[in-house]
Design a protein around this ligand. Structure first.
Ligand SMILES: Cc1cc2nc3c(=O)[nH]c(=O)nc-3n(C[C@H](O)[C@H](O)[C@H](O)COP(=O)(O)OP(=O)(O)OC[C@H]3O[C@@H](n4cnc5c(N)ncnc54)[C@H](O)[C@@H]3O)c2cc1C
Ligand SMILES: NC(=O)c1ccc[n+]([C@@H]2O[C@H](COP(=O)([O-])OP(=O)(O)OC[C@H]3O[C@@H](n4cnc5c(N)ncnc54)[C@H](OP(=O)(O)O)[C@@H]3O)[C@@H](O)[C@H]2O)c1
Length: 538
């Protein structure tokens, strides 16, 4: 893990852009201008995370560039736009970098023919892939790709992982870890609100299983995305993505399959047929499912995408843990076809890195001494505490969304600031999923945290409660905080939670501020324009 090279793509923080709805009392021109203004405002506010690969033209707006918006809505907002923009609207809008681009530059690379794969958008999944296929069928990509469609991303530097404390208690349905990394000597600096990009290796056991299925001993030289050939084992471990093979891998396997039935099924997979098996296959699934398909290992490696960094919201303040950075990582794990699929980075951070010599540590194990290095970069964000300590701060962060708010509160505690802070936190069960409980209760007791509202969605014997239910209960006080100039911060799940909290905020403006729906929408747009509504959602 010591060959560290710049990776393609830049990774700006998602810049949620509030939209002027079609029903708003504006002409189309006024609406376009306002949307453009907001997009510019939000886009500009996210600057600082290294030069974005494809920063929006100042006069162009990207109203679909909001990860909390549904695919259909995004596509309809881009209707009538050039193909590259409609393709962009099909992406997940997270600018997470897993495709090797950001949403805009991936779409542009497809549109101009520089990128042939339509399956690179990891968070968008199958829905994005299908939409991209349909859009490309409507407007085929340009024939000749321009030479340099991919931009250079941030340089990665090695940092050492120190610990991964268990945050979720025994019996929790989740495995959430407080991951601690050492920044000493890395040159990386951060402020609360920033995110850390980490390039974690694949599961060694999965790599071995793939090599065995290929009949390889792992020493065979294979090409890597940075142009340097490496032994197959090293390449599969640290340079190639083996979790989600691309169409070109399926094509290669189909061409190599001696069995006509296997070749036909592989073609169905390429075509995205819903009944094609195995669904959601990783490389091992394909090798096991199609034993007659054995291309040369170098060709197979060349067909695989490069392994990409994952972003994590930072959960610490440099004032509290100088020289270190902490994260709050939910380990992704799912059973599929009798095998446990582990999220590449979250599993490495959560438990795999802890004890490489011992193989897989059991989930729930606590801190261990670590010795491994991981390539990393800092993603500077627009998500920032107010300059004035007097400005009231409302933080809404269920689940791992707590991460930046732990950083905010650590920071304010280290500065000796008291009061004017309100945290909405929630998760499944109070007994097992109250992340950072001791610290939060300590801050509540010493006045760093003025108000705390907790919502447990699966506590036995109590009705399912979400953070927005608590917000509704506290609507009058929340409204008063807003009247006092509060800033509202939200972090966590983009697809459901952030959307529902946004709706709740509007409802509170209507009930407490006696606004109609249009005025509530204008209020939230103004709030965002004043930088008083900040989102870090994924
Ligand atoms: C700005 C930002 C901040 C973030 N902050 C945090 C944070 O603070 N804490 C946190 O825990 N996460 C955070 N995330 C999410 C994080 O970046 C990762 O996406 C998450 O940890 C999963 O990564 P992974 O490598 O473990 O999983 P991956 O290997 O990328 O898998 C991700 C998903 O794909 C599925 N999958 C895996 N293999 C396949 C397959 N073969 N076919 C189809 N589907 C498959 C998995 O089941 C899983 O649902 C953040 C993301 C962003 C963009
Ligand atoms: N694939 C995986 O294995 C896996 C594992 C963990 C997280 N994730 C993803 O990672 C992201 C963050 O996960 P997380 O563990 O931090 O938390 P999370 O899954 O978002 O859950 C945190 C809390 O939010 C609740 N919640 C669910 N829907 C909500 C809504 N519409 N409004 C408000 N609250 C809602 C959850 O309740 P309920 O769950 O009880 O409804 C839970 O109490 C999410 O996108 C999640 O989908 C994936």
């Amino acid at each position: 893990m010591n060959a560290i090279s710049p990776i393609p793509g830049a990774f700006p923080q998602p810049a949620p852009v509030p939209l002027i709805p079609e029903t708003a009392p504006f002409s189309a021109e006024q609406r376009a201008w306002l949307n453009g203004f907001l997009a510019g405002l939000y886009g500009g506010a996210s600057a600082g995370g290294g030069a974005p690969a494809a920063a929006p033209e100042p006069e162009e707006d990207f109203p679909w560039h909001d990860p909390a918006m549904g695919l259909d809505e995004r596509l309809s907002l881009a209707a009538g736009k050039p193909p590259a923009r409609r393709l962009m609207a099909a992406m997940a809008q997270l600018d997470c970098g897993q495709c090797g681009y950001v949403c805009q530059s991936y779409a542009e690379a497809i549109a101009n023919g520089a990128e042939a794969s339509l399956s690179l958008c990891v968070p968008g999944g199958k829905a994005t892939q299908k939409a991209l296929k349909a859009l490309v069928a409507e407007a085929p990509a340009a024939a000749a790709p321009p030479p340099a469609a991919k931009a250079t991303g941030p340089a990665l530097v090695p940092i050492r992982m120190l610990a991964a404390h268990a945050l979720s208690g025994a019996g929790s349905a989740k495995d959430v870890r407080n991951v601690v990394l050492d920044l000493d000597g890395s040159g990386l600096r951060y402020e609360p609100g920033d995110s850390l990009g980490l390039l974690a290796p694949n599961d060694p056991a999965l790599v071995e299983a793939c090599l065995a299925a290929l009949g390889a001993d792992g020493t065979e030289p294979v090409p890597c995305p940075d142009g340097t050939p490496r032994p197959a084992r090293e390449a599969f471990l640290s340079h190639l993505a083996i979790a989600r093979p691309l169409d070109r891998t399926l094509d290669l396997l189909a061409g190599a399959a001696h069995d006509t039935g296997e070749a036909a099924m592989l073609r169905k997979l390429v075509d995205g047929d819903d009944d094609a098996e195995p669904a959601d296959a990783d490389l091992l699934d394909l090798l096991e499912h199609f034993p007659s398909a054995r291309p040369g290992i170098a060709d197979l490696a060349a067909s695989l995408p490069g392994l990409k960094p994952r972003l994590y919201s930072i959960a610490s303040s440099p004032l509290a843990v100088p020289g270190k950075v902490e994260l709050c990582v939910s380990v992704v794990r799912a059973e599929r076809r009798g095998r446990t699929r582990q999220g590449v980075a979250s599993s490495h951070l959560g438990f795999r890195a802890l004890s490489p010599a011992e193989g897989h540590a059991a989930p729930g194990d606590d801190e261990r001494t670590l010795s491994n290095l991981m390539p990393a970069y800092m993603q500077v964000s627009h998500f920032r505490l107010p300059e004035s300590a007097e400005t009231p701060v409302i933080m809404c962060g269920p689940g791992t969304g707590i991460a930046p708010f732990r950083a905010f509160l650590q920071h304010r505690a280290a500065q000796g600031l008291k009061g004017r802070t309100w945290l909405f936190f929630g998760d499944q069960k109070s007994s097992t999923d109250y992340l950072f409980r001791e610290e939060i209760e300590g801050w509540r007791a010493d006045g760093t945290l003025e108000r705390l509202s907790l919502a447990w969605s699966r506590d036995p014997g109590t009705p399912k409660t979400y953070v927005q239910d608590r917000m509704k209960e506290e609507a009058a006080d929340l409204w008063r905080w807003f009247q006092d100039g509060a800033r509202f911060y939200i972090c966590g799940d983009a697809s459901r939670m952030a959307k529902d909290v946004d709706t709740t905020l509007r409802a509170i403006a209507m009930s407490e501020g006696r606004m109609d729906a249009d005025a509530a929408r204008d209020w939230i747009v103004a709030l965002a324009r004043q930088n008083r509504y900040q989102r870090d959602v994924y």
